[in-house]
Design a protein around this ligand. Structure first.
Ligand SMILES: [Fe+2]
Ligand SMILES: [Fe+2]
Length: 173
C-alpha cells in the first residue's frame, strides 16, 4: 500500500486520482454529447471536452513541477459516477427527460472535480508550491464555470421541457 505520511504524499495521491478521473471524463464526454438533444447541452459537453484536454495537460505540468512521474491511479469514485450516467443513457428515455438526467449526471461529475481541485489547490498552497497552486486554481475555476453553465442550461428550458414530457400519458389522473 502507498504511504500517506505527509501532506506531500496526500497531494500526489490526490493528483493521481484526479489525473485518472480526467482521463475517464475525456472518454465519457463525447458519448454524453451524442446522447444529448438540446443544442446548448451538446455544445456545452463538446466545449468541456476541449477544456478537459487542457486540464489533463495542466495536471501533467503540476506533476513535473513537483518532480513526480506523470501517473494515474484508478479513480473508483469517478468510475461509479460515470457508470451511473451510462446506465441512464441506456434507458428508454424521453429526449427532454434524458437531457435533464444528463445535466444531473454531469453536475455530479463537476462537483467531484470541484472538491478534488479545491483540496489540491489548498495543499499546494500550504506546501509552498505557488505555481502548481495557480494551475490547480485555473482548473478549479473552469470546473465551477462548467457547473454553473449546466445549471443555466437546465433552468433555461431543459428542465421545463422534461417536466412537460409525459403529460397526458397518465389519463386516469
Ligand atoms: Fe476536469
Ligand atoms: Fe469538469
Amino acid at each position: 500500500m502507498a504511504k500517506l505520511s505527509s501532506l506531500d504524499d496526500l497531494l500526489v495521491h490526490e493528483l493521481q486520482d484526479i489525473y485518472n478521473a480526467e482521463g475517464q471524463i475525456l472518454k465519457a464526454l463525447p458519448k454524453m454529447a451524442k446522447a444529448a438533444t438540446h443544442p446548448d447541452l451538446k455544445a456545452a459537453f463538446d466545449e468541456h471536452r476541449v477544456q478537459t484536454e487542457g486540464q489533463v495537460r495542466r495536471l501533467e505540468q503540476v506533476f513535473k513541477l513537483l518532480g513526480h512521474p506523470v501517473k494515474g491511479k484508478k479513480c473508483e469514485g469517478m468510475a461509479g459516477l460515470l457508470d451511473e450516467g451510462k446506465k441512464t443513457m441506456e434507458q428508454d428515455a424521453d429526449p427532454a427527460v434524458l437531457d435533464a438526467a444528463l445535466i444531473a449526471a454531469a453536475q455530479k461529475v463537476e462537483h467531484y472535480e470541484i472538491a478534488s481541485y479545491g483540496c489540491l489547490r489548498t495543499y499546494a498552497e500550504m506546501l509552498g508550491y505557488t505555481q502548481a497552486a495557480q494551475l490547480l486554481q485555473q482548473t478549479l475555476e473552469e470546473e465551477e464555470a462548467a457547473d454553473k453553465k449546466l445549471t443555466e442550461i437546465g433552468e433555461s428550458g431543459v428542465n421545463q421541457a422534461a417536466s412537460a414530457a409525459g403529460v397526458g400519458a397518465d389519463e386516469e389522473e
